[in-house]
Write a protein that binds this ligand. Sequence first.
Ligand SMILES: Nc1ncnc2c1ncn2[C@@H]1O[C@H](COP(=O)(O)OP(=O)(O)OP(=O)(O)O)[C@@H](O)[C@H]1O
Ligand SMILES: [Mg+2]
Length: 381
Amino acid sequence: MTRILKAEETLDPTFLPPRLVGRETELGLLSQRYRSGLAKGLPYHQLLTGGIGSGKTALANRLGEDLQRAGKFGELPVMKMYVNCWRRSNDRTILLQLLRGVGVSLPDRGYALSEMLDVFEQGIRRTPRHLFVVLDEVSALVRQGTKLLYLLSRPGEVGLGSISLFLVAAEDVLPYLDAASRSSFGVTHRLQLTPYDREALTRILGFRAELALRPGSYSPDVLDQVARAAATSGDARFALEILAGAARAAEADGAGEITPEHVRAAKGSVFPTLTESKLEELSQNSLLVLLAIARTLRGPRTATPTERVRLAYQGLTEEYGTKAMSRVTFWRTVKELEREGLVQVEPVGTGQSARLSMDEVPASLLRTLVESRLGGATGKA
Ligand SMILES: Nc1ncnc2c1ncn2[C@@H]1O[C@H](COP(=O)(O)OP(=O)(O)OP(=O)(O)O)[C@@H](O)[C@H]1O
Ligand SMILES: [Mg+2]
């Protein structure tokens, strides 16, 4: 078997990429804000928001690692601490994790929050440093009410270093904070990440593929096909999952490179949009159009000109003994299939024929499914 995944672990969700493609501006801005605070020995707090897979967690960790590696600010180095506040966490469970991070442990019962904070300070005192504390998925904690954020954001003791917070949430959580904590997150201390578009996803995939896959095992077309499949959500995690799935499918096939069919197979298993019940609702003409697309997407094609599909469709109407739709009705049927999420119509420049693609399931599987719904091509309508 030819290996395609030369470094599979770099596609793991826990892998922190050395660079964040397309987020250089945001990273630069945040880095500069924290550095200028730290240089004065002052804490700085920031809230980062953005949609699923927009790179929030990666950005927080990248920033923390970079600050940690940057050497000393004033007299002291930086230590990054990361806590995911997602599952049933509260002030105490989070603080216990922070305590462990500075090398002290406490039984998780019998101590008041303020006592635990004292112990936390003792821990910091042993090795004075600036703490860069990432609190990821912080929404639930903030909504249920938290004292910890306030306590952590109050000015630290001189000589111990500072505690800077980096809050990460899907949406703006500041309205849920009490006024005192909110004031430490002035208007400039919020940043919203825009969703990745297809082009941004293609560039991210290119970079991540370079790290993870053998050169020559993937084409730009295949990366673009993956990006296209994830572009509606703008979710880089989804895109990387499809890429990893496609690479594994190709390896399992014994293929030397990832083909469009492997991408479709991966996408179908990550997020199936094509269900058999959807096919049941389609008219015979719609099924024939789908079949025409599936048949023209053979080989290395990720997309195919509409005109080619229409010709294939006309051939199929003869095969199945039905009357072909007019050009206009054919086009309307294509648009209906697009609304169903079964095909994608690629916008093109004027004077060119639009291109159709189908990334939901392997074209070969779609062929089989549609052919069995249509019954044999025995001339019956
Ligand atoms: N700009 C980028 N360059 C390279 N890889 C990226 C980039 N943005 C995101 N990724 C990768 O995409 C995946 C998803 O990113 P991340 O986990 O940071 O998203 P998130 O915004 O935290 O999502 P969620 O809201 O679901 O927690 C990760 O594997 C991450 O490494
Ligand atoms: Mg995240």
